[in-house]
Design a protein around this ligand. Sequence first.
Ligand code: PLP
Length: 441
Amino acid sequence: MIKETTSIQELIDLDKKHFIHPTTAIEQQQADGPSFIFKEGKGIYLTDVTGRTVIDGMASLWNVNIGHGQEEMAEVAKEQMAKLAFTSSFATFSNEPAIRLAAKIASIAPGDLNAVFFTSGGSESNDTAIKLARHYWLLKGQPNRQKIISRSKSYHGVAMGATSATGLKPFRDFTNSIAPDFYHVDGSSIEELRKVIEQEGPETIAAFIAEPIQGAGGVNLPPEGYFKEVREICDEYGILMVTDEVITGFGRTGTYFGIEHFGVVPDMMCFAKGVTSGYAQLGGVVLNDRMHQDFIALSKGTLLHGYTYSGHPMACAVALKNIEIIERENLIENSKQRGEELLAGFKKLQSKHPIIGDVRALGLIGGISIVKDKQTGEGFETQLAPRLVAEAAKNGLICRSVTFDQDTLVFAPPLIITKAEVERMIEILDETFTAVEKEIL
Ligand code: PLP
């Protein structure tokens, strides 16, 4: 038990001894201990136990869209917890926050995506979409349609289905056995998607799943016209199209959902993260009317899929307040405008710093590729992004490195960020690149 008087060193020791961090370099954690033990957050800032304050340039895990320390969120959580913290949504039980949130999400989701299945996070949402797609085809009398196609640099989470769909190979190699019937295609090649569908047999494919903008794979925007063609191919072969909006949902890219940039509507859309801005654990899948009506018409007996926390009243109440804040504070428009400033800032850095290659952003999600040679795009033998992340943190900015077959810095600040704060982020990055270039060039 950590006592009030526990020193920071004791916290570090306890962290190393008892806390297995998710997605971490475990040896490094044991050698160095935690880099920050955060204590509080306000707006775009986080403060640690030593009193250091830094800009949370990743909105923590791409999710704290409304920023830290929004007291209304705490109030609504307290109120709902005191009234009814939890009740089951299984079978015919229901609760008001879940009903109201499902209706609200139906009203903001694109097209005819109108029926919501709740989960506790992104991985569960993707597993749910995969299982619902496969179950759908069983009900439709096409039991052979069980294969799932996804893209090579995708990240869909760590539940077994979500990991199997994840294109980033190290996640699948983490165990020596992964679920069957998953296929990965080059994320920028429509031709390859068509080829794999035809090779495997369209009548065996249940669904195609993709992030509108890949996050953990390095912030990759799709090629021009990509999702329009995906929609057409899915329609041509009768394949369900699923978008993973776990990062890109709830204003991150300057529209409510990322797929809106590309003018098509998927059959299912997965969400999590920004639905509560991380103030509670919640995710879900939105189904279109056709799938929902088919489930109603064709299901025999119980839909045997559900999590204890599906439709959690407190989490749903928190999500409703989060969406109210996003709308009241015009955070989607802010994401669009500040995103343009962030991209302009990246371009300025690109023209000044020899090791900056491609830069990109859409709304408040962005990436900077690090290169040894701007002309050829050749990278450094040892990736520099982790070194840049450490230097940026020292200078007061949290960002993240992506080093799977690349050398990239990624950013996703809270959507409440101001123009001046975007400028400050760029200043810090300028200092950071200058320092690292001085060391290596
Ligand atoms: N899908 C995408 C696109 C993600 O970025 C993530 C997490 O970063 C997930 C799914 C998994 O979500 P969770 O960590 O909530 O299970």
